[in-house]
Design a protein around this ligand. Sequence first.
Ligand SMILES: Nc1nc2c(ncn2[C@@H]2O[C@H](COP(=O)(O)OP(=O)(O)OP(=O)(O)O)[C@@H](O)[C@H]2O)c(=O)[nH]1
Ligand SMILES: [Mg+2]
Length: 281
Amino acid sequence: MKLGIVGLPNVGKSTLFNSLTKAGAESANYPFCTIDPNVGVVTVPDKRLDVLGEMYHTKKIIPAAIEFVDIAGLVKGASKGEGLGNQFLANIREVDAIVHVVRCFENTNIVHVDGSIDPLRDIETINLELIFSDLEVLERRISKTVKLSRNDKMAAKELDLQNRLKAHLEENKMAKSFVTEDEDEQAWLAEYNLLTAKPVIFAANVSEDDLADDGVNNAGGVQAVREYAKEEDCEVFVVCAEIEEEISQLDDDEKSMFLEDLGLEESGLEKLIKQAIIFLD
Ligand SMILES: Nc1nc2c(ncn2[C@@H]2O[C@H](COP(=O)(O)OP(=O)(O)OP(=O)(O)O)[C@@H](O)[C@H]2O)c(=O)[nH]1
Ligand SMILES: [Mg+2]
């Protein structure tokens, strides 16, 4: 299984990536710290595999490894070349799902590129850039299909799908919510590998204080993300990337004690793996 991490700059993507993969990617308090994509692989812990096996009572295929791809942050206008642009999105076109990191922690020392903590605004910003990127992909496809469609019935049918899909994206809607009419259309849509057609897991990056109650008291932040995710059929997992990075450096005994002190049963990595496996089933 392969997961791609997206989000605004400086929201904790690489910090989370490091805690998940122990890959030691560079993370720092300035936007666009990450330029070249980071790739890391995590083997799913055996303990976790056993638990999942019991939960399902099946011979379900559970991935033995998860690959994470951490790319540069996106900003408003990325598709038009703002920031580092969306040049790195090609690196996550092949992923099975997107982990969208949303900043829900207050901290005046950590720069927010849009000046304030507003998770829903940030989600919209990122979604729009993903939509624009998909539109570019689709437009390239369309120009090819137009030529073929003149004397090929199937191509004409595909062109019709592409035009409807384009209109859908142009209304700022994700490809995920596009309704296909038959199996041909489904297969074509899958072939385009659109970013906005992929399942999304939101990682609500909270402060340490919001960990124990899973962000329930973080009304404008985590709870707003939860409501949004519910409507969009996405998952949310609450994490404190900074703490997660500390946890990832501990051995098993220290880890249990540390988690207990924080009032937690499992680390963010364990939560994410569980959610990804159930969600992507
Ligand atoms: N207080 C706090 N700071 C955090 C947390 N997560 C990340 N940070 C800090 O935020 C800064 C940015 O973190 P990165 O992980 O580099 O952010 P990024 O999203 O990868 O940023 P780009 O690569 O620039 O897009 C670093 O100084 C981190 O230490 C958190 O949960 N709490
Ligand atoms: Mg980074």
